[in-house]
Design a protein around this ligand. Structure first.
Ligand code: ADP
Length: 684
């Protein structure tokens, strides 16, 4: 072939080969890059075409090697010429001598040599590596964009200069829903979309934000900007919030023309966010309320505790000044006792409320006579009613069963609290009535009871009635002289009634009176059912293990060990015992008490009074240690627990530690004597 012609054709080419397909020959080669085209032994140029093609196929590293082999097959090339396909081409990758990837575009030009009639051809190889790398980089970029824009339902490439746009991505919903909005120009499309899709209130803002000028201005100082607007295509449904993100393409250009634009629906996301925010806010509100309630509780408590305490301190100081005047002294002491009892009642109310509110409140049931229960509760109020000359009317329905299962202490607490309030909040000479009736129907084996306490007292306002069962709530009535109370009684009543599965309600008119109604169901007990051992919770004392015979033993001259860490309490206990002619010894903690019992001769102590909370060794551990002593008589010395926590679990713990009885603090002479008497062993 004419070398001038070849020179022109291959001017920008990498390399070229002249081949004769009919003769199976590579005739000549011009190789511009020796790193790619280097001489190989057994594959001469000039030389056989098929051997050269085979060798070259081995150099093709891209996955289209088979295509190359098929194309360069001599038979194939001849057929191609025949069918008029005279410029086949293929692109592939080979490695050069240094192992670099080189992309080649191989193009053939097939002709017939008119002289010989042979089919000949020119192969031109162009290095397209650079172009390929750019393509690859573009692909990579596209994939990056694709990846970054998955959160967007539709993505557009906008050219502001020409007011045109390309749809980069758009899902089928958008196409279906907003198909009409896709107009020739960007500005027209935005206008139509604003009119048909954007929520009317947001339209103006949307159009302003989407204007080329606004976007250009914003993207001058930052790469991306975003805003939220609402879309509403159907009036029947609420609008949904969308986010538009606008990203500048190209770097640091003075004049911004190209922008990538993505739309994403963020309604669910924002709803979830606001739900989360609301949840947090409500948690915060609750925490604040709890903190406020706690503060209120503490300030109420310190006020309510301070009042009787002030009286105790004050009258004690006065008493000291009048030691020689028995009558005055007696009066002060009575006042001190009264305030002490008030303080004690307040503290047990607080403990009850704490138990009720923490849900650790349990009821114990045993058979009781209804009339007895009612009498017990009313008796508690009689003195108070007598003092105020209140007429008490008690009405008990005859059709009620004789005995029921119930927690007598809790029952009495509810009824006496309601009666007490009725008396307290009714002016002197008023009327208070209690009626206990059977309600029908009742479940089999049960009796439904309605307990009504009514008075013709001062009554209360409608507003106050709403919070009457909340702890510490008391109606503030300046006209009424201050009546003692803590505002806990009714909360406790409600707590007890709730725990028993009943209801409590109130009706009242200011100046006319109030009426409290309690509905409760009780299991009916048979006549012959013996009272079970009653719950000890809340009682002054309780005996787990009684002495064997009912014979009374004189307590005169017996000896008791008092284990108590608090000096004052120790002194009180010792003095009480000594006043009863009982010899008392004291130990400051559980450990010392155990040592004392162990070192004295067996039977030296007739009983041990054991405080529960003590340093070094607590009462439970000490009781266990005594019960493990080697000597039988020492081991069996009666032990009475003394604790301030009169709850079921404390009583159980004392019993489990091997103690015989339990006295609740503050200890009074009567219960102490009764407890000692109950646990004392037979005469030695
Ligand atoms: P306390 O009597 O110790 O204040 P309660 O919880 O028993 O506490 O009662 C809360 C408040 O309800 C009382 O302070 C009083 O204002 C009102 N209240 C209760 N019972 C009556 C009643 N029978 N008549 C009028 N007001 C009552």
């Amino acid at each position: 072939m004419d070398s001038l012609y070849r020179g022109v054709v291959t001017a920008d080419a990498f390399s070229s080969f002249e081949i004769n397909i009919t003769q199976n020959r590579v005739i000549s080669a011009v190789c511009r890059n020796p790193d790619v085209f280097y001489p190989v032994e057994g594959v001469p140029v000039p030389g056989p075409l098929d051997a050269n093609t085979r060798y070259w196929a081995g150099r093709v590293m891209s996955d289209n090697r088979d295509d190359f082999i098929r194309m360069m097959d001599r038979e194939n090339l001849l057929v191609m010429y025949e069918v008029g396909e005279r410029s086949p081409w293929i692109e592939y990758m080979v490695y050069d001598l240094n192992g670099n990837e080189v992309y080649l575009r191989e193009s053939l030009s097939l002709t017939k040599d008119e002289d010989s009639g042979d089919i000949v051809g020119i192969i031109i190889m162009r290095d397209i590596t650079e172009q390929k790398l750019v393509e690859k980089e573009n692909m990579r970029r596209l994939r990056v964009i694709e990846g970054l824009s998955v959160d967007y339902e539709s993505v557009y490439f906008v050219d502001f200069d020409s007011d045109t746009y390309d749809i980069y991505r758009r899902n089928s919903y958008i196409t279906r829903r907003y198909g009409d909005c896709f107009r020739e120009t960007y500005s027209e499309s935005i206008r139509v979309f604003a009119e048909t899709g954007v929520f009317p209130e947001d339209r103006e803002h949307f159009l302003r934000e989407m204007q080329a000028d606004t976007i250009r201005r914003k993207l001058k100082s930052q790469v991306a900007t975003r805003f939220i607007f609402r879309v509403q295509t159907d009036r029947r449904f609420p609008p949904r919030r969308y986010r538009v993100k606008l990203v500048r393409t190209g770097q640091g250009e003075q004049h911004i023309s190209n922008v990538l634009l993505g739309f994403a629906c963020v309604e669910e996301e924002m709803q979830a966010e606001s739900a989360q925010r609301e949840a947090l806010e409500s948690a915060l509100r609750q925490a604040r309320q709890a903190a406020e309630a706690k503060t209120l509780f503490l300030s109420n408590m310190s006020h309510d505790i301070r009042t009787p305490l002030n009286a105790i301190i004050g009258f004690t100081a006065l008493a000291k000044e009048h030691v020689s005047e028995p009558e005055v002294m007696q009066d002060y002491l009575n006042k001190i006792t009264e305030s002490s009892n008030h303080l004690l009642a307040l503290i047990s109310d607080v403990l009850d409320i704490t138990h009720i509110e923490s849900g650790r409140f349990s009821m114990e049931e045993s058979p009781h006579e209804i009339r007895e229960l009612i009498t017990q509760a009313v008796d508690l109020i009689r003195p108070q009613a007598a003092r105020r000359r209140t007429r008490l009317a008690i009405l008990v329905d005859d059709s009620l069963p004789k005995r029921i299962y119930c927690d007598s202490m809790r029952f009495s607490q509810v009824v006496s609290n309601l009666l007490g309030n009725a008396v307290k909040y009714t002016p002197e000479g008023g009327r208070v009535s209690l009626s206990v009736k059977r309600r029908t129907p009742s479940p089999r084996g049960y009796v439904s009871m309605e307990i009504v306490v009514s008075d013709n007292g001062i009554g209360m306002s409608q507003d106050f009635m709403k919070k009457i069962f909340d702890p510490f709530e008391r109606e503030n009535r300046t006209a009424v002289s201050r009546v003692e109370g803590s505002g806990l009684g009714l909360s406790i009543c409600k707590g007890i009634v709730d725990a028993a599965g009943g209801t409590i309600s109130v009706r009242s008119l200011p100046g006319k009176g109030s009426r409290f109604t309690v509905n409760l169901a009780f299991r009916i007990a048979q006549e012959n059912e013996k009272p079970e051992e009653e719950s000890a919770a809340g009682k002054k004392f309780h005996v787990f293990r009684k002495k064997k015979t009912g014979e009374k033993r004189s307590l005169d001259g017996i000896r008791v060990l008092v284990a108590e860490d608090n000096e004052l309490n120790r002194e009180i206990a010792v003095s009480m015992l000594e006043n009863m002619h009982i010899a008392a010894e004291a130990a400051e903690n559980g450990k010392l008490a155990v040592d004392r019992v162990a070192e004295m001769e067996p039977g030296y102590f007739d009983a041990v009074l054991m405080d529960v909370r003590m340093p070094v060794m607590d009462g439970h551990a000490a009781a266990r240690a005594i019960r493990a002593l080697p000597d039988e008589e020492r081991r069996n010395v009666p032990i009475i627990a003394m604790t301030a926590n009169a709850f079921e679990e404390d009583v159980l713990a004392a019993k489990e530690a091997g103690m015989d009885a339990y006295v609740s603090k503050p200890v009074d002479v009567k219960s102490l004597l009764a407890a000692i008497e109950a646990v004392m062993r037979e005469t030695k």
